[in-house]
Design a protein around this ligand. Structure first.
Ligand SMILES: *[C@@H]1O[C@H](CO)[C@@H](O)[C@H](O)[C@H]1NC(C)=O
Ligand SMILES: *[C@@H]1O[C@H](CO)[C@@H](O)[C@H](O)[C@H]1NC(C)=O
Ligand SMILES: *[C@@H]1O[C@H](CO)[C@@H](O)[C@H](O)[C@H]1NC(C)=O
Ligand SMILES: *[C@@H]1O[C@H](CO)[C@@H](O)[C@H](O)[C@H]1NC(C)=O
Ligand SMILES: *[C@@H]1O[C@H](CO)[C@@H](O)[C@H](O)[C@H]1NC(C)=O
Ligand SMILES: *[C@@H]1O[C@H](CO)[C@@H](O)[C@H](O)[C@H]1NC(C)=O
Length: 676
C-alpha cells in the first residue's frame, strides 16, 4: 500500500513537471507553422490588397483575371514579433523555413520575392517592378523605409543588381549589402519547382540556406552568411515577419507554399507571458503540492479504512434482519432531512458515544443518536444497541425504531421521549439524554416528581430490568443503569434506554481489566466490579439499587471511582441513616410530607440498600425486587451497618454467566471488548 502511494505520487509529480516544462517552452517561444495555406488561414495573416491565398499557397502577386503585371504585394503573420528589447538589452534569434514556388509568366521573368522584417505592413506606393514591394523610389536607401529583406531576385533589374537568380540581404534599400548568385548552385528560383529556404538569425548574423524541395534538410546549401548585423540599428523593436513580391511588365507567380517560424520570444508580449508564468508556476507548484497531499491523504485514508475496525462489522444488517420486529433501516438522506441536517437547534443532548438530535420521520417525532465517527467504541455501541434493543420490546424500554449505517455515519432512531431523562427531575441536571421537552427545559431546577411518580418510575425500571434479566429469550445485561439513561414519556412512564454497553459482556478475554476500563458509570458500579471487571446480573442490580436511592432521596450517587470512595456515596449515607433508625430522613426534602407514605418510602429505601449490598450474593434478584415493589413480599433483611466488602466475592450468577450461551449467538462478532 505504501509503495502504491509512493508510485502514485511519483507519477503525479512527473506528469506535473512535464506539464510545467511544456508550459515554459511554450511561452518562451514565438512559433507558428503553416504546412500549407488554406483560405481559413487568412485570419492568421495580414494580406495586402494584391495578395491572396489560392491553390494552397500565398499568392503574393496573384494572377487576377489574367492581369499580373505591375503588381506589388505583401503578406505577414498577423502577430508582431519582438526582435530586440532596449530595456532588456537583448536581441532575439529565430529560424524560419519556407517553400517558394516561382512560376515565370514571361521570358525573362520578373521581378522577385523577398522575406521581410518591418514594422509597417502596408505596401509602399509604387513599389512594383524592380522595388520588389520592399521600398519605392522615395524611401529607397532611407531609414524611413525601416525594413530588412532577404531577396530572392529573379531578374537583374539595374546595373548594381545581381545576376538573374540571386539572393541578397537588403537593408532599407533595394541594393543588397551582400548578394550571392545561384548560378553555380543547384538552386534555380525560376524553375517553377518548389524551393526550400531556411533563414536563421543568430548572433547578429543572417544566414540563408536553400535547396530544391525534394532535397533533405541536411542537404541544404549554405547560400549566404551576412556580416554581423545588429538589426536593432535598423528596425523597430517590434516587427512583423512576412513576404513581399513584385512584377513589372516581366511577370511571374510568386507563391509561398509553406512556412514555419520559430523564434526566441523576448518581447513585451513575453512580459505578459512571464507575468502569466509568475502567476501560473507558483500556482501550479501549490496545486502539485496540494494534489500530492490529497492523493497521499486519500491513499492513507484508504489504507486506514482497509484496516478500520468498521469492516469488522460489515453485515450489521445480517445480524438484525433475522428478527421480524427488527428496527427499520433508514437512508442517511432521510435522517439528515428529518433532523434538518443535524442542526444545533435540534440537538437534544450529548452522550458518551454521540449526540442526540430531535427529528421528524414519517410524521412522527423521533430522537436520532448520531454515534461519533472514528470511535471504535462508538461502533461497538452501535452494533450492541441495534442488535439488543432492536430486538427487544417492552413498555419500559426505549424503543429503537430505526438505524442507518451509511457513509461511515452510524445513526440510531428512537421514539421521542417528550419529558427527557430522569436525572433532570432529580437534580435539575442539564444532561437530558434522548429527549426533552422544551418547556420543561426552561423550568430547570423547579422540576420535580411527586412520590407516586417516583414510585412508578422505580417500578417501571424494575420491570424493564426483570425483563432483560429473566423475561426475554436471551439474558441481557444493561451495564449502564443510571438516571440519565432512564427516559420519561409524556405520562412520566419510565423507559430504560441507552443500550450502548449492553451485551458486550462476559467475554472470556475480558477477565483482567483495570478499573479505568470498567464499563459503567462511577457511582453506579458495584464494589466487586473494581476487582473483577465483570458485568453480571448482580452489578445491574447494584446500579438499580443506587438508582432507587437517588430517586427517593433526590441526591446524586456521589462519584465513586474506587473502593475507598464508598464512604462518600449515597449508599453509605442512606445506610448510615438506616443504622440510626431514621432511614425515612433520607427522603427528598422537595417531597411533601403529606403525600408520602412512610412505610412505603422505608420499604423502597431498604430495598435499595439490599440491592446495594456489598456482597453480590446477598443482593435480591430483579424478580424479588418486583415482588417487593408490588407488595407481594417484604424487603430482604438488611444489616444495620453496611457490611465490609469481602474479597473474593463470587457472585452467584458469575459461573453460570461464564458458561452460558447468553446471547453468545449474536455476540460472536465482538471478540475485543473494552468498557467505558
Ligand atoms: C491553417 O488552416 C488549416 C485548415 O483550417 C488548419 O488546420 C491549420 O491549423 C491552420 N494553420 C495555422 C498555422 O493556423
Ligand atoms: C535555429 O536552428 C539552429 C540549427 O537547427 C538551432 O541551433 C537554433 O537553436 C535554432 N534557433 C531557434 C531560435 O530556434
Ligand atoms: C513611397 O511610399 C510612401 C509610403 O507609402 C509614400 O508616402 C510615398 O509617396 C511613395 N513615394 C513614391 C515616389 O511613390
Ligand atoms: C532555371 O530553370 C529554368 C526553367 O527550367 C531554365 O530556363 C533556366 O535556365 C534555369 N536557370 C539556371 C540558372 O539554371
Ligand atoms: C546593437 O545596437 C544597439 C544600439 O543600436 C546596442 O545598444 C547593442 O548593444 C548592440 N548589440 C550588439 C550585440 O552589438
Ligand atoms: C517592358 O518595359 C521595358 C521598358 O519599360 C521595355 O523595354 C520592354 O520591352 C518591356 N517588355 C515587355 C515584355 O513588354
Amino acid at each position: 500500500m505504501q509503495s502504491l502511494t509512493n508510485s502514485w505520487i511519483v507519477k503525479y509529480q512527473l506528469a506535473a513537471t512535464i506539464f510545467i516544462i511544456i508550459a515554459l517552452t511554450k511561452v518562451t517561444c514565438f512559433y507558428f507553422n503553416f504546412s500549407t495555406f488554406r483560405p481559413e488561414n487568412a485570419t492568421h495573416l495580414i494580406l495586402s490588397k494584391n495578395s491572396k491565398i489560392y491553390l494552397d499557397a500565398i499568392q503574393v502577386t496573384p494572377d487576377i483575371r489574367g492581369i499580373i503585371s505591375d503588381y506589388s504585394g505583401r503578406a505577414f503573420y498577423n502577430k508582431p514579433y519582438t526582435l530586440w528589447s532596449k530595456e532588456k538589452n537583448q536581441i532575439a534569434s529565430f529560424n524560419t523555413t519556407f517553400v517558394l514556388n516561382i512560376s515565370p509568366q514571361t521570358t525573362p521573368n520578373g521581378e522577385g520575392l523577398a522575406f521581410i522584417l518591418t514594422s509597417d505592413t502596408n505596401v509602399p506606393e509604387n513599389s512594383e517592378g524592380q522595388w520588389l514591394g520592399i521600398v519605392n523610389a522615395t524611401s529607397n536607401g532611407t531609414s524611413q523605409a525601416g525594413i530588412v529583406a532577404v531577396e530572392f531576385d529573379t531578374r537583374k533589374s539595374f546595373s548594381e543588381d545581381g545576376p538573374d537568380n540571386h539572393v541578397g540581404i537588403n537593408i532599407n534599400s533595394i541594393n543588397s549589402i551582400q548578394q550571392f548568385s545561384l548560378t553555380n548552385t543547384r538552386v534555380n528560383l525560376s524553375s517553377g519547382q518548389h524551393v526550400r529556404f531556411r533563414i536563421q538569425y543568430f548572433n547578429d548574423r543572417i544566414s540563408v540556406f536553400g535547396a530544391m524541395e525534394n532535397a533533405t534538410e541536411e542537404s541544404m546549401e549554405t547560400l549566404l552568411v551576412s556580416p554581423p548585423l545588429n538589426l536593432s540599428s535598423y528596425l523597430e523593436e517590434v516587427v512583423y515577419v512576412g513576404f513581399s513580391a513584385s512584377t513589372s511588365n516581366y511577370t511571374q507567380l510568386n507563391c509561398v507554399r509553406s512556412w514555419e517560424f520559430s523564434g526566441v520570444n523576448i518581447g513585451n508580449d513575453d512580459d505578459k507571458s512571464l507575468l502569466w508564468l509568475y502567476i501560473t508556476v507558483p500556482a501550479l507548484i501549490v496545486i502539485i503540492i496540494i494534489g500530492g497531499m490529497v492523493i497521499f491523504f486519500l491513499c492513507w485514508k484508504r489504507k486506514r479504512y482497509a484496516e478500520s475496525p468498521e469492516d469488522a462489522y460489515p453485515r450489521i444488517e445480517d445480524q438484525i434482519q433475522h428478527s421480524s420486529m427488527a428496527p427499520k433501516k433508514f437512508k442517511l438522506r432521510e435522517i439528515t432531512k428529518a433532523t434538518g441536517g443535524f442542526i444545533l437547534q435540534n440537538k437534544l443532548g450529548q452522550g458518551g458515544f454521540g449526540t442526540v438530535y430531535k427529528g421528524i420521520l414519517d410524521n412522527k417525532e423521533v430522537a436520532v443518536k448520531r454515534v461519533s465517527k472514528n470511535s471504535r467504541q462508538g461502533k461497538q455501541e452501535f452494533v450492541a444497541e441495534v442488535t439488543t434493543i432492536g430486538s427487544l420490546h417492552h413498555r419500559n424500554l426505549v424503543k429503537l425504531t430505526g438505524w442507518c449505517y451509511e457513509n461511515r455515519e452510524l445513526l440510531l432512531v428512537y421514539e421521542f421521549m417528550p419529558k427527557g431523562s430522569l436525572d433532570k427531575y432529580l437534580f435539575g441536571d442539564k444532561n437530558y439524554g434522548f429527549g426533552n421537552d422544551d418547556n420543561d427545559l426552561e423550568e430547570g431546577y423547579s422540576l420535580t416528581l411527586n412520590w407516586e411518580t417516583r414510585h412508578s418510575v422505580i417500578h417501571g425500571v424494575a420491570q424493564a430490568l426483570d425483563y432483560l434479566h429473566n423475561g426475554c429469550e436471551k439474558r441481557v445485561l444493561h451495564r449502564d443503569i443510571k438516571a440519565s439513561n432512564i427516559m420519561l414519556d409524556s405520562d412520566y412512564n419510565a423507559k430504560l434506554g441507552d443500550f450502548g454497553l449492553a451485551r458486550t459482556i462476559q467475554q472470556r478475554n475480558e477477565t483482567h481489566h483495570s478499573t479505568k476500563e470498567i464499563a459503567g458509570t462511577p457511582g453506579y458500579m458495584a464494589p466487586e466490579t473494581f476487582l473483577t471487571g465483570r458485568a453480571t446480573v448482580e452489578t445491574d442490580v447494584y446500579a438499580f439499587g443506587v438508582l432507587v436511592l437517588e430517586v427517593v432521596c433526590g441526591k446524586r450517587p456521589g462519584k465513586v471511582h474506587a473502593q475507598d470512595d464508598y464512604k462518600n456515596s449515597i449508599v453509605y449515607w442512606v445506610w448510615d441513616l438506616y443504622g440510626k433508625g431514621n432511614v425515612v430522613g433520607a427522603v427528598d426534602e422537595r417531597l411533601k410530607k403529606e403525600e408520602i407514605k412512610e412505610e412505603e418510602v422505608e420499604c423502597v429505601l431498604v430495598l435499595g440498600l439490599a440491592c446495594c449490598h456489598p456482597n453480590p450474593h446477598q443482593r435480591p434478584s430483579m424478580r424479588t425486587v418486583l415482588q417487593v415493589l408490588n407488595g407481594e413480599a417484604t424487603p430482604p433483611e438488611v444489616p444495620m451497618e453496611r457490611p465490609a466488602f469481602m474479597w473474593p466475592a463470587m457472585p452467584p450468577s458469575f459461573k453460570e454467566a461464564e458458561d452460558s450461551s447468553l446471547i453468545q449467538g449474536t455476540l460472536t462478532p465482538f471478540t475485543e471488548i473494552t468498557g467505558r
